[in-house]
Ligand binder design. Sequence first.
Ligand code: TYM
Length: 346
Amino acid sequence: MTDAVQTPSSAGQFTKRVFSGIKPSGGLTLGNYLGAIKRFVDMQSPEFETVYCVVDLHAITVWQDPSELKTATREVAAGYLASGIDPTKSILFNQSQVSQHAELGWIFNCVTRVGWMNRMTQFKDKAGANSENVSLGLYAYPSLMAADILLYHATHVPVGDDQKQHVELTRDIASKFNHDFKADFFPLCEPVIEGPAMRIMNLRDGTKKMSKSGESDMERINMTDDADKIAKKFKKAKTDPEALPETLEGLKGRPEARNLIDIYAALSDQTSEAVIKEYAGAGWGRFKPALADLAVDKLAPISTEMSRYMDDPAEIDRILADGAARARAIAAPILDKTYEIVGLLK
Ligand code: TYM
């Protein structure tokens, strides 16, 4: 580990440190796996220090049943571990055990402008017509997300496409803080949004994102689904009557078909171009069973491993507590320095 508090002026001069997080609300989907967790596993390498979080303070921006929240927190941790996040290589913890997240979040609430928050499309989507009645936390959420990232001086933030705007806002918050306090302190982090799985879509409607909260279970693959369920959901996934074209161009206007090609590509570590080439001219009778087999092959062992972890909650809690202590060791000096820059008396 390098010195926790780094102060050079651009992200390029900081230790390459990855931070990302997942909310424990409503279970993990194939979207979370391919858009996030699988890529987090790939980034565990000597090139990066990797810090991965179960962001429970974000989950409570909408109502969570307290006992279900504990289970959901352990389940996200189990999903990370079962997919290959190695607690000896990465720091893995839940956000609320490191109080510095909430403290830096407050500082950033005082830096962030209301006008910036009003432009957050995810808030608009989530609040919908009900925006007067949602929690203040849901509105301030992107400022806490910036704190999550900047508390570690993270330089790289792997996320799915839906989080891009929030990572860009994090850069704006870092810039404004550095400018207002004339302190070259927070790095401008890079969103890492690449590969075929940046936006996995609903299996029943290819124009909607696959999410934890969709109405029907057939719309999504859950990371806890067993082999039979995974195969059944792919075989019943909505498609169209046409065969697969020779190029991705030919999939324009066919969102369900494009989504299944992208899922196949991400699961098999290929590009979508390579997959369409391999299956050019194939009908769904050939492609869907191949996809179902591939998905079962890759996902069923993870689901089995997740339930093994879930049978031992004490072990999960031990891993999270250990990760939290290591996270605090990086976060505390960065928060202390932030307080000093802001002029808060110790
Ligand atoms: P969350 O919990 O909604 O999602 C976790 C991660 O999964 C990605 N994802 C998807 N990727 C592709 N296709 C999909 N259908 C799909 N659904 C979800 C998300 O893009 C995300 O990367 N605000 C964040 C959590 C967060 C965070 C952070 C992330 C809090 N603090 C700091 C990065 C850094 C969220 O709600 O993600």
